[in-house]
Design a protein around this ligand. Structure first.
Ligand SMILES: NC(=O)c1ccc[n+]([C@@H]2O[C@H](COP(=O)([O-])OP(=O)(O)OC[C@H]3O[C@@H](n4cnc5c(N)ncnc54)[C@H](O)[C@@H]3O)[C@@H](O)[C@H]2O)c1
Length: 251
């Protein structure tokens, strides 16, 4: 379903575009009439997943979101290819190894924080600078997680990184409200994407048995919330934290 107000004709950058939620966001934003720059470690993979039909409105860029020069380069690519950036889905992330704190290697903690938290910070820095320079406002969605609100054991790195994203979201919203740049965070529950281990994906019924809506989300359902928050339908929503988890955070 397309037709949200204020998306058509705008340019979006989506990180983590080659898979899962990012790929679904690209597809939804193309349906809404946006131009999209899809960012991932492997640009060819992003191209394959996101642009089966060459619309001329999709451009793939290879970047590591943990590297500042790469973040500056994907913003530059949006400017060169489509003339600017109005929308940003700051979404790339990794789960990392799930172990108790006492067994977690410091290097693994740093790696997860590097992609999930530093990557979101660097993306915000590069995109906000451009949006402020353009002077036409903008909208940003950062992908956090239910794991930030209700962290299970063994997620010290992942959960901490996702909790940090909520604070980055609020700070950015405060700093840029007067620029008419809105910044919100989403907290998906379990979504059926490759980030989940095969064991999880194969045992959906058991894993989700205790949830109010006992199933995984589909990536397109998360993309629907992202598109809404980026659109003018959400014109007065900023600094918010929005769950999309079938009520799982409640139990
Ligand atoms: N699937 C879930 O259950 C779930 C739940 C809550 C939050 N999330 C979050 O949603 C976001 C998207 O996850 P997904 O489920 O679509 O997973 P996914 O593994 O399907 O997709 C993640 C994408 O990010 C890319 N990526 C990883 N590290 C990168 C880097 N350094 N630079 C650029 N790209 C990089 C990967 O190549 C991949 O294409 C993540 O931030 C994840 O933490 C997922």
């Amino acid at each position: 379903m397309a037709g949200l107000r204020g998306l058509g004709g705008k340019t979006a950058i989506v990180t983590g575009a080659a898979s899962g939620i990012g790929a679904a966001a690209v597809s939804r934003l193309l349906d809404e009439g946006c131009q999209v720059v899809g960012v991932d470690l492997d640009a060819e993979a992003a191209r394959r997943v996101c642009a089966p039909a060459d619309t001329g409105r999709f451009h793939a860029v290879a970047a590591d979101v943990a590297v500042e020069a790469d973040c500056e380069a994907y913003v530059r690519a949006a400017v060169e290819r489509f003339g600017g950036v109005q929308l940003f889905v700051n979404n790339a992330g990794i789960l990392g190894k799930l172990t108790p704190i006492v067994d977690m290697e410091a290097g693994e903690f740093d790696r997860v924080l590097g992609v999930n938290l530093r990557g979101v910070f660097l993306g915000l820095k590069a995109v906000l600078r451009r949006m402020v320079e353009q002077g036409e406002g903008g909208a940003i969605v950062n992908t956090s997680s239910k794991g930030a609100l209700k962290p299970p054991a063994n997620t010290a790195a992942y959960g901490t990184s996702k909790a940090g994203i909520l604070t980055l979201t609020k700070v950015a919203a405060i700093e840029h409200g007067r620029d008419n740049i809105r910044v919100n965070a989403i907290c998906p529950g379990l979504v059926d994407t490759p980030i989940l281990s095969p064991a999880y994906r194969e045992h959906e019924a058991e894993v989700c048995a205790g949830f109010p809506m006992p199933r995984f989300a589909q990536a397109a359902e998360v993309a629907g919330l992202i598109a809404y928050l980026l659109s003018d339908e959400a014109a007065f929503q900023t600094g918010g934290v929005y769950s999309v988890d079938g009520g799982a955070v409640l139990v």
